[in-house]
Design a protein around this ligand. Structure first.
Ligand code: URA
Length: 227
């Protein structure tokens, strides 16, 4: 079990309020520890034993969730860039420390599975090029798919302005304009650029799987815990 933290630090790290405000909330009798009122902001607590306004704390432990990202949402924290994936999550998470971040990114026009966590070590692990984590995309394209593209992907597509070709990728043609592509790297706009390099154009791009995690029947805009 992680080292216990002070009550004021616990609540501020979970995005509830500032450490100064905790003293006001304690005075207003809004906070209980193991069912008991306390006045001690420095009390070392197990977050699972704390309630605010008689409600348990929201995700008192680590966060790892999957979200089915809808079309048009961005994976940045910058609210000037439009609707953010973070706007689909509990608002209180925006105030958490460590910050809640996505594991890699999907383009604004891409839908599907994105993992979100507050554990930076996990982000490193799942996005490290050395770990070769598989990502599976369902892609629709403008031009009819020709069987030759299977071999082009398997050989490693050379993207413009990249020193090395992409790693070998698997492409399965499932309909005239639809393919399922499995990659284990994550270059910028990689799938769109791979199809462009093969003379086609991606119309829709949807991630179905990231490593061991699959979307299942999770609806667009919905999320669920994966730990
Ligand atoms: N490849 C892309 O081109 N875009 C994404 O969002 C993900 C993979």
């Amino acid at each position: 079990m992680a080292a216990l933290k002070r009550l004021d630090q616990t609540l501020s790290n979970l995005g509830y309020c500032s450490r100064r405000e905790v003293r006001i909330w304690l005075r207003d009798k809004r906070i209980r520890v193991a069912g008991e009122l306390t006045k001690n902001a420095a009390l070392k607590v197990d977050p699972a034993s704390v309630t605010v306004d008689d409600k348990p704390l929201e995700h008192p432990g680590d966060i790892l969730i999957m979200l089915n990202k809808p079309l048009g949402y961005v994976c940045t924290h910058d609210s000037n860039e439009g609707q953010r994936i973070y706007d689909l999550l509990p608002e209180i998470w925006l105030g958490r420390s460590p910050q809640v971040v996505s594991v890699g990114r999907l383009d604004k026009d891409t839908t599907g599975l994105i993992l979100i966590t507050d554990q930076s070590a996990l982000v490193q692990q799942l996005t490290s090029p050395k770990k070769h984590v598989d990502k599976v995309y369902r892609v629709t394209v403008e031009e009819p798919l020709q069987p030759v593209i299977i071999e082009q992907f398997a050989q490693g597509v050379q993207l413009s302005s990249e020193p090395q070709p992409c790693l070998p990728a698997t492409l399965e043609i499932v309909a005239e304009h639809t393919a399922v592509v499995t990659l284990n790297e994550g270059k910028y706009h990689q799938v769109r650029r791979m199809f462009a390099a093969c003379g086609n154009h991606v119309v829709t791009l949807h991630r179905e799987q990231f490593g061991q995690y699959t979307l299942g029947d999770l609806a667009p805009g919905e999320w669920r815990d994966v730990i």
